[in-house]
Design a protein around this ligand. Structure first.
Ligand code: PHB
Length: 322
């Protein structure tokens, strides 16, 4: 296994993918963030290299190369379910605050499509992706007096968001905070104190998922890294697992058409629960859990209380119908 750092710069990802194929003659590639996964796609296609998308959450990414399969998630999978949960539980007026890039736009699009079936969106606020200061957006959201605040921030920003959320007193304002799983990232949760207690999200992974496989995964991850396993880690773990299962089936044949052929429809058990690769779209099909942040033994965890089984990417589903 060769690990390269693209520093989240799409041009670097493209160049590195090219070098890995031409110089290192790799049999597989792994793709990360949406912009990098987008820029690598033509390289994977031309080089005929099966590629597992392990981080990106944007719907269109898997359509950029016939050799892409995804083990991460889409924002749409989670955002529609939390919109429905909020409506069912009395939310009527919402403000969205979205990190201003493709995954944020998709989270907002699916949330709004579902929420407006019974509720109203007062405003959609776009928060810069780089070095975000959430304070002005939180102030604006507060001033609009919604009953519900829907927030998407990407992995790595939940800690800063939680701190500014409680500094502004929004945790005590009575406004219900909801979102896809990213705002309660397990990597940050242990440091958020009481700021996110009671927050309800729809997500594909919680380190508190009560299966033996997950308990073992969380313990092994902690031992290896010192951190609590999070939703990004499980996309990587399952991506490697997918490659392993595919190679078992092809008996070591790495031809991209053969590999993607066996990945289509593959179903297996992940620390997050049962997952599969959609045979048509090569995208991940997974359970989405509704979770509430609660303190267990002194630390906040996202505790699952409702399961939506085998959820597909709703944006691809919508496109297929029309
Ligand atoms: C991405 O699409 O690259 C992405 C989405 C959500 C995250 C992190 C990365 O939390």
């Amino acid at each position: 296994m060769i690990v390269k750092d693209d520093q989240s710069v799409p041009d670097n990802a493209k160049r590195l993918a090219q070098e890995l194929i031409v110089n290192d003659k790799v049999n597989f590639l792994g793709a990360g963030l949406t912009p990098s996964a987008m820029s690598m796609a033509p390289i994977a296609t031309e080089g005929k290299v099966a590629t597992v998308v392990m981080v990106s959450g944007t719907s269109v990414v898997t359509e950029r190369s016939p050799y892409y399969a995804r083990t991460s998630f889409t924002l749409g999978q989670q955002s529609g379910i939390i919109a429905n949960w909020a409506l069912k539980n009395g939310s009527k007026k919402a403000v969205s605050a979205l990190s201003d890039w493709a995954p944020g736009a998709e989270a907002g699009k699916v949330f709004e499509a579902n929420f407006t079936k019974g509720g109203q969106i007062l405003d959609t606020l776009k928060v810069p992706l780089a070095n975000p200061d959430f304070s002005p957006f939180l102030q604006r959201a507060h001033d609009l007096q919604p009953d519900t605040l829907f927030v998407f921030v990407p992995a790595g920003q939940a800690g800063t968001f939680a701190r500014q959320f409680s500094e502004r007193g929004l945790d005590k304002s009575g406004i219900r905070l909801i979102g896809p799983g990213d705002i309660v990232d397990d990597d940050d949760l242990p440091t958020t104190g009481d700021a996110l207690l009671g927050v309800v999200t729809a997500g594909m992974y919680s380190a508190a998922h009560p299966s033996q496989l997950n308990k073992d995964y969380v313990a092994a991850y902690k031992k290896a890294t010192g951190h609590r396993a999070n939703f990004i880690s499980v996309g990587g773990y399952d991506g490697m697992d997918l490659i392993y299962h595919a190679l078992q089936q092809t008996k070591g044949n790495t031809n991209a058409d053969t590999v993607i052929g066996v990945m289509r429809g593959m179903k297996w058990e992940s620390p997050r629960g049962s997952i599969s690769i959609d045979p048509v779209t090569r995208d991940i099909v997974q359970n989405i859990y509704v979770r509430k942040v609660q303190k267990v033994e002194g630390e906040p965890w996202a505790i699952e209380f409702e399961t939506f089984p085998a959820v597909k990417d709703p944006l691809k589903e919508a496109a297929a119908v029309h």
